[in-house]
Structures are given as C-alpha cells and as structure tokens.
Design a protein around this ligand. Structure first.
Ligand SMILES: *[C@@H]1O[C@H](CO)[C@@H](O)[C@H](O)[C@H]1NC(C)=O
Ligand SMILES: *[C@@H]1O[C@H](CO)[C@@H](O)[C@H](O)[C@H]1NC(C)=O
Ligand SMILES: *[C@@H]1O[C@H](CO)[C@@H](O)[C@H](O)[C@H]1NC(C)=O
Ligand SMILES: *[C@@H]1O[C@H](CO)[C@@H](O)[C@H](O)[C@H]1NC(C)=O
Ligand SMILES: *[C@@H]1O[C@H](CO)[C@@H](O)[C@H](O)[C@H]1NC(C)=O
Ligand SMILES: *[C@@H]1O[C@H](CO)[C@@H](O)[C@H](O)[C@H]1NC(C)=O
Length: 498
C-alpha cells in the first residue's frame, strides 16, 4: 500500500528487482535440487530443527545446533542428506529431545563435513560405539558424547581420529575399558569418563594414549586397579579417581605415571595402602586421599613421592601420622604454596605428633600453618598433673583457636584454585576430649611407650623460638585475668623445664 505513495518509475524498478530476486532464488533451488537447507527447516513435522550461527545461507554456516524431536530419526531418513547443504560446518551439536530419538552416530553425514572440528551428541539413546565409527572424520578436534546411554565401547571405536584432542564421555553407562578401544588417538590430551559405570579397566587400556595429559575416571564403580592398567600414560599429569570403590592399593600401581603431578583418590574405601603404592610418582605434587578408611600409613609410604607438597588425608580413621611418614616430604611442606590436611581423623594428643610444633614454626605456607594451628586431637584423661594445669588454660582461652582461624580466613591470596571443597566441609563439632595440639607444649604431650617408638626424640624438646611461640600464643589469647595468671604459671613452668 505504501507503494502508492512512491513515483511510478520507482515502482517499476521495485517490481523489476523483485522478479530478479525470484529468478535468483529459483536458480539456487536448482543447484541444491531437492535438498533442504538444514539451517532453514520450515516443515512443522520435521524431526530435526537446527539453529545456525554466522549465516544461514547454503554452505555459509560455521556452527549449528540441532534438536531431535517428534519421535526421532532413523538411519534411512532423507533428512540426513540435507546436511550436505552446510559443508563448511566446524561445530555440529545434536541435542536429542525425544526418548530414543537417536540411536546411532550419524557418521555418514560427518564424512561430508571436511571442516568439522567440534562434534557433540547429548541425550541420545546410543548404547554402543561400534568399531571404526569415526573413520575419515579426522578433522574433529573435540568430541563430546555426554549423557547418552553408552554401555559399550568396541575395540577401535575411536580409530582414525588423528586430530582429536579432547574426548568427553561423561554421564554414560560405560562398564569396561578395553585394551584396544582408545587406539590410534595420537593427539588426545584429555579423556573424560566421569559418572559412568566403569568396573573393569583392562591391562594396557590406555597404552596407546602416549600424549594424554588428563584422565578423569571419577564417579565410577572401580574397585581394583591392576599394575598394568595405566601402562603407557607416560605424559599424564592429572588422574582423577574420586568417588569409586577402591579399597586396597597395591605396590607399584602408578609406577608408569612418571609425569603425574596430581592424583585424586578422595571418596573411595581405601583402607590399605601398600608401602610402595606411590613408587614411581617422582613428579607428584598433589595427593588427595580424603574420605577414605585409612587407619595406618606404612612408614616409607612417601619415599617414592619426594616432590609431594600438597597432601590431603582428611576424614579417614588415622591414628598415627609419624615423623617417618613425614620425613621424605618434610622440606616441601615448608614451602610457600604447600599444604597438609589431617583433620577428621582419630589422632590422640601424644608425642608422635610433636613434629607439628616444629613444622608450624618452619612453614612459610599459611595453609600449612593454619591447618596445624587448628589441628585437634583427642586428649585422654589418664595424663600427668602438669597437663592438668594446661587443660585449665585451654578451657579458659578457647578464644585462641577461634582467633587463629579467623585470621586464616582473611587471607585470600593463598587460595589454591585446584583445591576443592575445603570450605564446603561442614565444620566439625569440637568434642569434649578434643584439644588444639599446638596449644599443648611438646614436653607436655603424653608419650606412652608404644608411641615413643614412632617418635623422633629430637623433636620433643622445644627450641628457644618454639618457647617464644607458645608464649605469644598464650599471651595473645589470655583476655581474662584468670587466663593470664594461669598463663604466667605455665610460662614459668615452661621456662623451668626449658
Ligand atoms: C565444542 O562443543 C562443546 C559442546 O557443544 C562446547 O562445550 C565447547 O565449548 C566447544 N568447543 C569449542 C572449542 O568450540
Ligand atoms: C575413508 O577414506 C578412504 C580414502 O578416501 C576410502 O577409501 C574409504 O572407503 C573411506 N572409509 C570409509 C569408512 O568411509
Ligand atoms: C589436523 O590438524 C592439523 C593442524 O591443525 C591440520 O593441518 C590438518 O589438516 C588436520 N587434519 C585433518 C584431517 O583435518
Ligand atoms: C585415516 O585418516 C586419514 C586422514 O587423516 C586418511 O587419509 C586415512 O585413509 C584414514 N585411514 C583409514 C585406515 O581409513
Ligand atoms: C553397572 O554395571 C553392573 C554390571 O557390571 C550392572 O549390574 C549395573 O546395573 C550397572 N549399573 C548401571 C547404573 O548401569
Ligand atoms: C558396581 O558393580 C557391581 C558389581 O559389578 C554391581 O553389582 C553394582 O550394581 C555396580 N554399581 C552401580 C552403581 O552400578
């Protein structure tokens, strides 16, 4: 109607342009023939809709995400051939929104997409990756097959993906990792298998992944690790085995992982660690074993991991952490960024923990110091009279412990981004018998004979500096006049003994 207002010449011109346009459209249709542009699927009954980015024009889209609806799509569906309308796709993602809507990997269409770099399928009912599924899809660099129903990975399932660097198979039901599954993946750096049902890892299962840097096997059903199951992973830096069912770890389990820096074993059921479990892990810096069932640690457990500077043993049932355990890594724990967490265990307040005083004094790391300052142990009542004096101070000056932890919370700059959940832990309620170990002077730590044998006697005598530390601890914490009086009493006692 607006056209009426424009001059007749212009109107004619507009009509001419319009017919030209129609002509061009017709020509384009001829080129593509019957093929539908997947970026412009208009059919209401279509089983697939794709949202394209960059451009919708034929062969111009770079990235597309396709939803599968309406009962799903089978192998014979003519729609698959429509993917040839976008031969320059670099990213293609399928999101299946219909139960059983996609039960196979559409590998035929993938072979047309010579520039495909990133491929993903989610929520499909695919339950098996057949051998040679991805042959001639070698341009893909990142593949995500999360939240499908995959139970089985056949041998050579990922064969010929020579540029694949990241493979994500999270949240499937994969039961077993077979030896020849991850075969011919020379570029693979990250393999994610979180939240599956992996129970068996065959010997040499990862043998061909010589360039793998990260392997996530957390939230699976693994109960045993054979010595050969990590063969070949010579470049692996991070191994995540949290939330499995591992109960026993044998000597040399990780012997092949000589570049590993981070080993996460939290939330398993580990109660036995053979003395040489960690042998070979000469580059290991971080070891976490929290939420397991450890009671004892073999003396030389850390002899093979002399680079260890971050150790988490929280929430086990440990009764001892001896100077023999500590010795191979003691110097590392003095360094700036190190930490050692031992909370939530069954330690008695006795002389085998005397090393904590020394380390607290020598550590540069705020985390180490804070952790030691807040460390609680159980004090049994069968102790000597000297200790009774101390007990009184402790109960009058609880402020001390709180004050130290407040200070620690204010220090942000040392927060380690790799470290999870320290803050999430519910604060443990302090039991009646719990005492802050560092508030007990070394020479007042009970030293029953069976404990003496695991104690380095050189640590039981406080140095001048340590005596100064106690004095500071006591003075800063004593607010009530009774506190001061008793502190002075204790201090005199200390100086007498020193
Ligand atoms: C590849 O696709 C996945 C899933 O669609 C996405 O999370 C990821 O960021 C993509 N990667 C790149 C490099 O585009
Ligand atoms: C892969 O490509 C090669 C060479 O182009 C061809 O001979 C072979 O048939 C292709 N394989 C598949 C499974 O498409
Ligand atoms: C693999 O990646 C390299 C480097 O990015 C590239 O030159 C090569 O063409 C890719 N191979 C395939 C089959 O796309
Ligand atoms: C593997 O992929 C390459 C392209 O990177 C191709 O040339 C070769 O034929 C493929 N190998 C097999 C056995 O299909
Ligand atoms: C995991 O695998 C076991 C057999 O290995 C099977 O009994 C169990 O049902 C599977 N669990 C899930 C959640 O698929
Ligand atoms: C773990 O494996 C055991 C034995 O193979 C099986 O009975 C159990 O159902 C599995 N657990 C889960 C959560 O699938």
């Amino acid at each position: 109607m607006r056209a009426l207002k424009v001059p007749a010449a212009l109107l004619l011109l507009l009509i001419a342009i319009d017919s030209l346009d129609a002509n061009r459209r017709k020509q384009k249709d001829k080129i593509v023939q019957t093929t539908v542009n997947i970026c412009e699927i208009g059919n209401r009954d279509s089983k697939v809709y794709c949202y394209c980015e960059n451009s919708q024009e034929i062969n111009e889209a770079i990235k597309t995400e396709c939803w599968v609806f309406n009962g799903g799509i089978d192998k014979a569906d003519p729609l698959w051939s429509s993917f040839t309308s976008q031969m320059n796709l670099e990213t293609l993602a399928f999101n299946v929104r219909s139960d059983g809507g996609l039960s196979f990997v559409p590998n035929k269409i993938l072979r047309y997409l010579r520039k495909l770099k990133n491929f993903s399928i989610k929520f499909s009912s695919i339950n098996k990756i057949e051998s040679y599924t991805f042959v001639n899809i070698s341009s893909v660099q990142e593949m995500t097959l999360t939240k499908n129903q995959i139970t089985t990975l056949n041998k050579h399932a990922f064969y010929n993906l020579s540029n694949l660097t990241i493979l994500t198979l999270d949240a499937n039901k994969i039961k077993k990792i077979e030896t020849e599954t991850f075969y011919d993946l020379p570029a693979l750096q990250k393999l994610f298998l979180t939240s599956n049902n992996v129970t068996i890892i065959e010997d040499g299962a990862f043998r061909h992944l010589v360039n793998l840097l990260e392997l996530e096997l957390d939230k699976n059903n693994i109960s045993t690790l054979n010595k050969e199951c990590f063969d070949g992973l010579a470049n692996l830096k991070r191994l995540d085995l949290r939330k499995n069912k591992i109960a026993v770890l044998n000597s040399f389990t990780f012997i092949e992982l000589w570049n590993l820096q981070e080993l996460l074993l939290d939330y398993n059921e580990i109660y036995i660690l053979a003395q040489r479990t960690f042998d070979g892990l000469s580059q290991l810096r971080k070891l976490s074993l929290s939420h397991n069932k450890l009671i004892n640690l073999a003396d030389g457990l850390f002899e093979g991991v002399r680079g260890l500077s971050a150790l988490d043993l929280r929430n086990n049932k440990l009764k001892r952490f001896t100077i023999e355990n500590l010795r191979p890594i003691y110097d590392n724990l003095k360094l700036q960024k190190s930490y050692i967490y031992l909370e939530g265990n069954d330690f008695d307040c006795d002389c085998h923990l005397a090393w904590m005083h020394k380390l607290r004094h020598e550590a540069k790391s705020i985390k180490v110091r804070t952790s030691l300052e807040n460390f609680l142990c159980k004090f049994s009542h069968s102790s000597n009279t000297q200790f009774t004096y101390y007990e009184k101070i402790d109960s009058k000056s609880n402020i001390n412990g709180d004050k130290l932890s407040d200070d620690a919370d204010n220090i942000e700059e040392f927060h380690d981004e790799n470290e999870e959940s320290f803050i999430d832990e519910p604060k443990k309620v302090r039991g009646d018998n719990d005492r802050t170990l560092l508030q007990i002077p070394v020479e007042l730590l009970p030293c029953p004979t069976e404990v003496k044998s695991v104690t380095d006697r050189t640590y039981t005598y406080p140095s001048q500096n340590e005596a100064k530390d106690y004095r500071n601890l006591i003075i800063t914490s004593s607010i009530s006049p009774i506190g001061i009086n008793i502190s002075v009493l204790l201090l005199s006692l200390l100086l007498l003994l020193g």
